[in-house]
Design a protein. Structure first.
Length: 405
């Protein structure tokens, strides 16, 4: 198959959506398919400058969040190749799917993979603290975008159930779990820098965007309570984000400078995961939690809140889940007991690993996705009012590996 991927997120953006579609593209190529990718970074030159100027004007009129969403949509619309031939398009957000359909119409099937941890409009509103006119405009925008979805993939049962009420009745949906590749054996030359920085103490690792949803502030409160029980541990936060300054202040306020490290963004987290004692996730909401899968496959036992799609990832270990409202002192007690019991950690990880390798590997995700593509193409070629046009010629996309500005 010749497949076009489309996403609002650039090919080096530090987010789970990019990790998902880049991994899927690599695996599909390995299986013999051709995959091209378009993002806002595909658009260059005069068109990019014009659309950027319109975004700045619109930001004054409607607000920066509304302007940014419309800019993403316009950039994807401009990036869609008008000449060439694709069998199918897989968009990795609702807006890019609608943008592609505006260009190609019914000529090529467009599949949308959902990644938002809730209704996308509500996620934007919550993360940006929008109210009033800005919130209403975002809701109106997605009330227009969502009904344009023909085919939809949810990366978890939780996500699929969130989206179904807002999709057209005739939209064909499928749950296909996100997946990660099985890590290669640890290279002999890989230095244990994280353990060295921790002075040989147990490492509690957390990887993710530093923001309110990922909720690293809660992990710092847990660390403060854990210090009352033991002093031989280091919490390591990997990532960048708007909460970084506040987290640094909390580290100072809680007197945790000897127990917390902020490492910033790392494009390759596998070497860090391999050196962790426990992976502790604290997000308020997750569509799936691919970072948890990566941690388990790297050999690290995971503790995480029972929210969103996380219970599906940790389905074999309900004892590794905690209620989102758990008091920091209570979770600190659980961490203390686990750190003191290597055999229990090993047994916990063994169950998590068996479940992850059965459900959340990249080859499994790619195979199920390709099968869904074939099902869609068979439906598209069948004589029906919605699928009678032959695919229009479409030119290969421009591949630009740079983050979204």
């Amino acid at each position: 198959m010749k497949i076009l991927f489309a996403s609002y997120w650039g090919e080096t953006a530090p987010c789970g959506v990019r990790v998902h579609y880049m991994g899927l593209a690599a695996e599909l190529r390995h299986q013999g398919h051709q995959v091209d990718i378009i993002t806002p970074n595909t658009v260059r030159g005069l068109r990019r400058r014009v659309l950027g100027g319109l975004q700045r004007v619109l930001a004054v009129i409607a607000g920066p969040e509304v302007a940014r969403e419309l800019w993403y949509f316009a950039m994807l619309w401009a990036a869609v190749p008008r000449h060439g031939r694709y069998d199918l398009v897989n968009a990795h957000d609702v807006g890019s799917g609608a943008a592609v359909r505006q260009v190609l119409g019914e000529a090529v099937p467009v599949v949308v993979t959902g990644h938002a941890s809730e209704h996308p409009a509500e996620e934007i509103i919550r993360r940006n603290n929008l109210t009033g006119t800005a919130a209403r405009q975002i809701r109106r925008l997605y009330a227009w975008l969502l009904p344009q979805t023909q085919y939809f993939i949810g990366v978890s049962d939780y996500l699929l159930n969130c989206f179904r009420p807002f999709l057209p009745d005739d939209c064909l949906t499928r749950r296909i779990y996100g997946g990660s590749s099985l890590p290669e054996p640890t290279p002999a030359t890989e230095a244990p820098l994280l353990r060295q920085q921790a002075g040989g103490q147990p490492v509690l690792l957390n990887v993710g965007f530093l923001d309110t949803n990922k909720n690293q502030r809660y992990l710092l409160a847990v660390a403060r309570e854990l210090r009352r029980l033991r002093t031989d541990f280091v919490v390591v936060l990997v990532g960048k984000g708007p909460d970084e300054a506040e987290l640094r202040q909390l580290i100072a306020d809680y007197d945790l400078a000897d127990h917390v490290r902020l490492l910033g963004y790392h494009s390759q987290v596998l070497p860090l995961l391999r050196q962790a004692t426990l992976y502790v996730h604290t997000a308020r909401l997750e569509s799936l939690g691919l970072a948890l899968v990566e941690a388990v496959l790297a050999g690290v036992p995971v503790l995480a809140p029972a929210t969103g799609g996380i219970p599906e990832v940790l389905g074999a270990t309900p004892d590794a889940l905690f209620a989102p409202a758990t008091e920091p002192a209570v979770l600190a007690q659980r961490l203390h007991h686990l750190l003191a019991d290597p055999a229990r950690r090993s047994e916990l990880h063994a169950r998590q690993y068996a479940h992850a390798t059965a459900q959340f590997t990249l080859p499994r995700m790619a195979a199920q996705t390709a099968a869904f593509y074939q099902e869609i193409l068979a439906l598209s070629s069948a004589p029906s009012p919605a699928h009678q046009d032959a695919p229009a010629p479409v030119l290969s996309s421009t591949h630009v590996a740079s983050p979204i500005a």
